[in-house]
Design a protein around this ligand. Structure first.
Ligand code: ZN
Length: 292
């Protein structure tokens, strides 16, 4: 489901928490890691051919497959890039996580032309948006396949799942991914007053503005030093910022109670120890875009 898109593992201390809080003894029966499959559908629209070749060349789905490999899913999930007949979308519906070429095209079109005032580079804007969307959908998949109880809207929980995963990667990757994900909402923040049709408030997703503040609040709550600028630059109001460590703590607790029993600890450590993003300013023509 889309967001602004309408589309619909913090650092060293949390890394150790992840491992320390791993359950002792046998985990869940009949599940196993590496049940994520991938599929690049040849595009139906010839205009998507370069995009198809680019993501295949950079093994984007293989990298997403690896990042989510610690989830010991109860059945296979296929991450599929495909043409969606003009629909700009990404969604999870058992057993498939679909990413439309149209959505990838929109991300590339909307990526910043140059580094933004907030420090989001074009590459970070592109990868952060894609990663947040895929991780959000993988959250839906995890909730589905692990039968996870959720208080509140699943869309908010999926955003929190995605944000938590980004924050568990190395500091540099986490910072850049959060910036890129937040970038997708920034166009909705230009005016201090927002006018919206009443029906928008009935949507299963939060508004883009709420999703932006929730995202950066969790990031600030996870690491108020790394993300100090979100308060200093007044992107996150101080009255919200004061409680963000508690908001992040709630997500940490939920993840550890509900997801840790379904994680392969060895694979999770491999994923967290690796640097996934390419250099922020690759040499022109080096072709080092997308996840490393
Ligand atoms: Zn969703």
């Amino acid at each position: 489901m889309r967001s602004t898109l309408r589309i619909c593992y913090a650092f060293l201390s949390a890394v150790s928490l992840w491992l320390v809080m791993a359950p002792v003894g046998p985990a869940v029966a009949d599940d196993a890691p590496n049940r994520i499959l991938i599929e690049y559908d040849p595009p139906k629209n010839p205009a998507h051919q370069p995009l198809y070749e680019m993501i295949k060349e950079h093994r984007v789905l293989e990298k997403l497959q690896k990042i989510f490999s610690p989830l010991k899913l109860l059945s296979d999930v296929t991450i599929k890039a495909t043409g969606c007949d003009g629909h700009v979308n990404a969604w999870y519906a058992r057993p498939t996580l679909t990413i439309c070429y149209e959505y990838l095209e929109e991300i590339r079109r909307d990526m910043p032309a140059e580094t933004t005032a907030e420090g989001v580079t074009p590459i970070d804007g592109e990868i952060g948006q894609l990663f947040f969307a895929v991780a959000h959908e993988m959250g839906h998949g995890a909730f589905d396949l692990f039968d996870t109880p959720i208080f509140g809207r699943q869309e908010d929980a999926a955003d929190n799942f995605a944000t938590y995963v980004m924050l568990q990667l190395g500091k540099s990757d986490a910072r850049r991914l959060i910036g890129g994900a937040a970038y997708s909402y920034m166009k909705y923040l230009k005016q201090p007053t927002v006018t919206a049709p009443l029906k928008d408030f009935s949507d299963v997703h939060g508004s883009p503005q709420q999703r932006f503040f929730n995202l950066i609040c969790l990031a600030y709550g996870a690491d108020p030093v790394l993300f100090a600028d979100v308060v200093e630059k007044k992107m996150l109001p101080e009255h919200r910022a004061r409680g963000c460590k508690y908001e992040y703590g709630n997500v940490v607790w939920a993840f550890h109670e509900l997801m840790i029993p379904h994680l392969d600890q060895g694979l999770a450590k491999e994923v967290m120890d690796k640097t996934w993003l390419p250099p922020e300013n690759p040499v022109q023509g080096s072709g080092s875009r997308a996840l490393q």
